[in-house]
Design a protein around this ligand. Structure first.
Ligand code: NAI
Length: 338
C-alpha cells in the first residue's frame, strides 16, 4: 500500500496532468536498451492512451510485460510480419525511433552510419506510408544524419512536414544541466542549460552564458568537453555492452510528454530539438538544434541562438562546419539509396 502511494506520488509529479484526449504512441525498436525503459516510462504517462511497440525481435514480449502495469493505456506488441509495422504505425500521433545499433568504446556516432542509415530509411518509409501526419522523433544515431535521411524519405513520398520531424537532443540538455549543477552545487531540477547545434561531439554547443554562468579556463573547457562527450563516459563504463539507455529513455519520454502537452493545448512548451531550421541554412545547415516552442501542429516557433560569448561563437563555428557535412552525408545517402 505504502509503495503504491509513493509510486503514485512519483507518477503524479513526473506527469502532472490527466489525459484529455486519445494519443497513440508508437516505439520502433521497443525491445532495445532504450526501447524498453522508454516503453515503461510511456506506459506511466496518462497522456498516452495506446502504446504500440515494434521491434524486429521481442516487441510482443516487452508489450506483455509493460501491459501489466496498472495504468489505463492499452499496449500491443508487433513483430515484423507483413502487416506488423503498418498496424503498429497506423493512427499514431507520435512515432519514436530508437531502432539501430549503439556505439562500442572508441566509436563515434558517425561510425554507426553504415548500419543505422538503412534501418532509419526503411522505418521512415513505413512511417511515411502509414503515419504521414505523425510527429516523428528520431533517436537513432547519428541523429545529425538520420534526421535528414528521414526528411528525404518523406519528401520523396510527398508527405514531408518540417513541423513534424524532430531529432531528439534532449539528453544533451539533461546532461548539461546535471553537470553544471555538480560544479555549482545547485539543484539540477532547476537548471535548464541551452544547448544548440547537433547531437555528436563538437556539434553539441552548450550556451552557459545564457543561464548567467561564466566558467573560465580549464574549468570551462572541461565542462564543454564533458557535455560534448558525456555519452562516451557511459559507453566506456558499459565496456562494450552499449551506450546511454536509461538516461536516454528519460530524455525521450520527456520530449514525447512535451509534444503531448503542446498537442493537448498547453502553451509555452519549449524543448531543444534538431529540426528543419532557417537559422543556419546559409551556412549549409538545413537542420539545427535550438530551443523550439511546440504546439498542436508540432514546431510552433524556432528560437534563434541569441546573444552568446566569443568563446561560444567559436564553438558554434566549429559545430556548423561538422554539422553541414553530417547533414550532407545523410541527404546523399537517401538520394543514392532510395
Ligand atoms: P540496442 O541495440 O539495445 O537496441 C536497438 C533495438 O533496435 C534492438 O532491439 C533491435 O532489435 C532493434 N532494431 C534493429 N533494427 C530494427 C528495425 N529495422 N526495426 C525495428 N527495430 C530494429 O540499442 P540502444 O542502446 O537502444 O540504442 C538505439 C539507438 O539509439 C542507437 O543508434 C544509439 O546510438 C541511439 N542513441 C541515441 C541517443 C540520443 O541522444 N539521440 C542517446 C543514446 C543512444
Amino acid at each position: 500500500m505504502l509503495s503504491r502511494q509513493i509510486f503514485g506520488a512519483v507518477q503524479r509529479r513526473a506527469f502532472s496532468a490527466s489525459a484529455s484526449q486519445a494519443s497513440k504512441v508508437a516505439v520502433l525498436g521497443a525491445a532495445g536498451g532504450i526501447g524498453q525503459p522508454l516503453s515503461l516510462l510511456l506506459k506511466l504517462n496518462p497522456r498516452v492512451s495506446e502504446l504500440a511497440l515494434y521491434d524486429i525481435k521481442g516487441g510482443p514480449g516487452v508489450a506483455a510485460d509493460v501491459s501489466h502495469i496498472n495504468t489505463k493505456s492499452t499496449v500491443k506488441g508487433y513483430d515484423p510480419t507483413p502487416t506488423g509495422l503498418k498496424e503498429c504505425l497506423t493512427d499514431s500521433e507520435i512515432v519514436l525511433i530508437p531502432a539501430g545499433v549503439p556505439r562500442k568504446p572508441g566509436m563515434t556516432r558517425d561510425d554507426l552510419f553504415n548500419t543505422n542509415a538503412s534501418i532509419v530509411r526503411d522505418l521512415a518509409k513505413a512511417a511515411a506510408d502509414s503515419a504521414p501526419n505523425a510527429n516523428v522523433l528520431v533517436i537513432s544515431n547519428p541523429v545529425n544524419s538520420t534526421v535528414p535521411i528521414t526528411a528525404e524519405v518523406f519528401k520523396s513520398k510527398n508527405v514531408y512536414n518540417p513541423k513534424r520531424l524532430f531529432g531528439v537532443t534532449t539528453l544533451d540538455v539533461v546532461r548539461a544541466s546535471r553537470f553544471i549543477s555538480q560544479l555549482k552545487s545547485t539543484d539540477p531540477a532547476n537548471e535548464n542549460i541551452t544547448v544548440v547545434g547537433g547531437h555528436s561531439g563538437a556539434t553539441i554547443v552548450p550556451l552557459l552564458s545564457q543561464s548567467g554562468y561564466s566558467l573560465e579556463g580549464s574549468t570551462l573547457d572541461d565542462y564543454v568537453r564533458r557535455v560534448q562527450f558525456g555519452g562516451d563516459e557511459v559507453v566506456q563504463a558499459k565496456g562494450g555492452a552499449g551506450s546511454a539507455t536509461l538516461s536516454m529513455a528519460m530524455a525521450g519520454a520527456r520530449f514525447a510528454e512535451s509534444l503531448l502537452k503542446a498537442a493537448q493545448g498547453q502553451k509555452g512548451v519549449i524543448e531543444p530539438t534538431f529540426v528543419d531550421s532557417p537559422l543556419y541554412k546559409d551556412r549549409g545547415c538545413e537542420y539545427f538544434a535550438s530551443n523550439v516552442e511546440l504546439g498542436p501542429n508540432g514546431v510552433e516557433n524556432i528560437h534563434p541562438v541569441g546573444k552568446i560569448t566569443d568563446h561560444e561563437q567559436k564553438l558554434l563555428d566549429v559545430c556548423l562546419q561538422d554539422l553541414a557535412k553530417n547533414i550532407e552525408k545523410g541527404v546523399k545517402f537517401a538520394k543514392e539509396n532510395p
